[in-house]
Design a protein. Structure first.
Length: 306
């Protein structure tokens, strides 16, 4: 890999210099890195990997001029099996670059807690993709503030936890949720149409680890019946947005979005049907990108590698 390949590029293929021979007993890892932008970042990490007899399989990188932040995701193979050993070997380079650097086995699955209320389309899509092997996640538990979907979850062989939420019990409910996250070693929480607002404290504790899905009409069409409101205004595009949750309601960093055209001939119910399809697709894309380490937070923005 050439050290001058720096800005907004996706490089794929062997690094062309040494590395483990095909057929050797090697492990594949994912390295993610964020640091202040400067010359020589790629060269330093590539040299460090080469010292581990690693072969770079794919590399994606981006230097953000607005924040002078550099982000990189590198997929590589090496005879070194332990990710912690690789991180330790690269620690001095990371410190020199003032980089936040993480290494994990490519096959490591993201332990994901799904939260839902009564509407099931996003939950069912995640479970379907999980069973097909399309998502690099494990879902040990589904949490809901209602019991309506308990049987649905049970049919998929997944534990179901009912945590009712009222204004009087909200603090205790969130404390119980945090206990579950710790006990189950949860990496990611997905709000699959969970119709409760998380407190500022909970958002801070799980910052960068909670993904929500909503229709893209926000903030234009808030409250009940957004598709009815959109129909009444004669919108021509409807969409969905998946984002990280922050204390600012529906204002978190965006991970994935999509839209579909609609016309005057479609009813509010037909628009809602199209919108639900978009919500399913967009949420799954966001979960997939997060689980594969392709999302990097830059303040209120994200870098999402393909």
């Amino acid at each position: 890999m050439h050290p001058t390949l720096r800005r907004g590029c996706d490089n794929q293929g062997p690094n062309g210099g040494g590395g483990a021979e095909k057929g050797d007993d090697v492990a594949v890892h994912i390295l993610t890195l964020t640091c202040p932008d400067r010359p020589g970042i790629v060269a330093s990490i590539a040299e460090g990997l080469l010292e581990l007899d690693a072969n770079i399989l794919e590399n994606a990188q981006f230097g953000d001029e607005a924040t002078t932040t550099f982000s990189m995701r590198t997929r590589f193979e090496t005879p070194v099996e332990e990710a912690g050993q690789i991180e330790a070997a690269l620690q001095l380079r990371a410190e020199t670059l003032r980089a936040e650097l993480h290494v994990r086995p490519e096959a490591r699955r993201c332990r994901t807690l799904v939260m839902v209320s009564k509407v099931d389309h996003c939950l069912l899509d995640l479970l379907y993709r999980l069973e097909l092997g399309e998502l690099l996640v494990d879902i040990p538990l589904v949490v809901s503030n209602h019991t309506a979907l308990a049987d649905t979850v049970a049919r998929h062989g997944i534990a179901f936890e009912h945590i009712p939420v009222t204004p009087a019990t909200k603090e205790q409910a969130e404390a119980k949720l945090l206990d579950i996250v710790a006990d189950q070693q949860i990496d990611l929480v997905v709000l699959a149409r969970y119709m409760q607002i998380l407190s500022e404290d909970l958002c801070d504790r799980l910052a960068g680890r909670v993904i929500n899905i909503h229709h893209s009409f926000l903030p234009g069409f808030r409250g009940a019946s957004p598709y009815r409101q959109a129909w009444e205004r004669g919108v021509k595009l409807i969409g969905a947005t998946a984002h990280y949750v922050t204390a600012e309601l529906d204002e978190g960093p965006i991970i994935a979005q999509d839209v579909a055209p609609v016309s005057h001939s479609q009813s509010a119910q037909q628009m809602q049907t199209i919108g639900r399809d978009l919500e399913r697709i967009v949420l799954s894309r966001a979960v997939e990108a997060h689980a594969e380490g392709r999302v990097f937070l830059l303040g209120r923005r994200t870098v999402v590698f393909a």
